[in-house]
Write a protein that binds this ligand. Structure first.
Ligand SMILES: NC(=O)c1ccc[n+]([C@@H]2O[C@H](COP(=O)([O-])OP(=O)(O)OC[C@H]3O[C@@H](n4cnc5c(N)ncnc54)[C@H](OP(=O)(O)O)[C@@H]3O)[C@@H](O)[C@H]2O)c1
Length: 351
């Protein structure tokens, strides 16, 4: 008799629950479209045989709710491109079966991006199956909950910070701006930059979150309104670096206020997809605009960024920015996140 997931003689395999012919079921959030085109989200039982192809099967323990997940769950953005979908762009859990040489059964791992929750079933489920090349070993400094407290948002913040460093922005270069500061990417970016000795200026639409932003390490907090009105092609040169999650007019205003040789990392569109800027900051101040894509980030860079993130993180600050929810609460939490009512990160507890 052999175990279905790991194809090892049972009970030697250690899974100790699946025998051939026995249908294993798991709980998942399931998003489908009705005949009239309406999107419906249910928590339901699926069979393991429904999982996509892949060489690693993971017992998911934690996931997280990112901006992109919120768009997917609410249908407010065209995130899901294959139907039906198990959303969730992040997951952390334990490997239950693997035919990939670099991934072992029993290993604690995380997976983010790669189209999970968009084109491929993702982390809002008790079980997930993915290609082994997507799997990253959980850094020893982090448990699964902390890995998902960071999740794609924290990983993206790390990529932004590494891009600023690569482009030569140092703590002595001048202040670094972080927009969408109370959100997931913004909160982690503030924590990382401050830990590295940068003078961080947080931009927020929620001035009532000032104490929180200072607790993460922001030296100064500015209202979003300062950046929301159309700017001149060049404003007073103030910022040496910037992490922008907002896009739209805010990104254009940030670029206009950069110092000569300043560097802006653009990773988000919480305020809009457009970019109503001029070329002035780029051709008259030598400003660099760096695009950040966490989804298709190459594997070596991905592993290195997670390792650095684990080194730099302050567990107490990380814990302060996290709110934990159950899988069944994710659709409602998604509405709250898009309405701008979530501070920091939402970690999803998988039953
Ligand atoms: N490129 C990538 O690989 C990548 C990876 C992760 C995330 N992202 C993108 O980055 C953005 C932020 O993600 P997140 O996970 O940090 O989301 P989040 O937790 O919802 O944070 C977004 C923050 O942006 C601000 N904001 C919200 N609506 C806004 C509006 N209409 N105008 C201006 N500011 C607004 C809010 O901060 P305040 O209240 O403090 O102003 C909010 O907390 C999203 O667009 C997401 O898709 C991209």
């Amino acid at each position: 008799m052999s175990c279905v997931p790991c194809r090892t003689f049972w009970p030697v395999c250690g899974c100790q629950k699946l025998t051939s012919g026995e249908k294993s079921m798991f709980k998942a959030l399931y998003v489908e479209k009705t005949e009239s085109g309406q999107q419906v989200v249910t928590l339901r039982d699926l069979a393991e045989t429904d999982l996509p192809e892949g060489d690693v099967t993971i017992r998911v323990q934690w996931s997280s709710l990112n901006y992109k997940d919120a768009l997917a769950l609410t249908g407010k953005g065209p995130i899901i491109r294959n139907w039906p979908m198990v959303p969730g762009i992040d997951l952390a859990g334990r490997v239950e079966a693997s035919t990939h040489p670099a991934v072992s059964v029993g290993q604690d791992v995380l997976v983010t991006g790669h189209g999970m929750g968009e084109t491929r079933w993702g982390g809002f489920a008790q079980l997930a199956r993915v290609p082994g090349l997507w799997v990253v070993a959980q850094p020893s400094e982090l448990d699964g909950r902390q890995a998902m407290a960071l999740g794609t948002a924290g990983f993206t913040a790390m990529l932004c910070v590494q891009a600023l460093q690569r482009e030569g922005v140092e703590p002595s270069s001048g202040p670094v701006l972080v927009t969408g500061a109370s959100g997931g990417v913004g909160s982690v970016a503030i924590m990382l930059l401050s830990r590295l000795g940068y003078q961080v200026v947080a931009v927020t639409g929620r001035l009532e979150e000032q104490p929180y932003l200072h607790s993460l390490g922001a030296a100064e907090v500015l209202p979003r309104a300062h950046f929301a009105a159309p700017s001149r092609p060049l404003e007073k040169a103030r910022w040496a670096g910037a992490v922008d999650v907002v896009g739209g007019q805010v990104l254009a205003s940030v670029c206009a206020g950069m110092r000569p040789q300043g560097v802006v990392t653009a990773c988000g569109l919480a305020g809009g997809m457009d970019f109503p800027a001029t070329v002035a900051p780029f051709i008259l101040r030598g400003v660099t605009l760096v695009g950040i894509d966490s989804v298709q980030c190459p594997r070596a860079e991905r592993v290195a960024a997670w390792a650095r993130l684990a080194e730099l993180i302050n567990p107490r600050q990380l814990d302060d920015m996290v709110h934990e929810i159950d899988l069944a609460e994710a659709p409602q939490a998604a509405e709250m996140l898009l309405a701008g009512h979530v501070r920091g990160r939402l970690v999803v507890r998988i039953p």
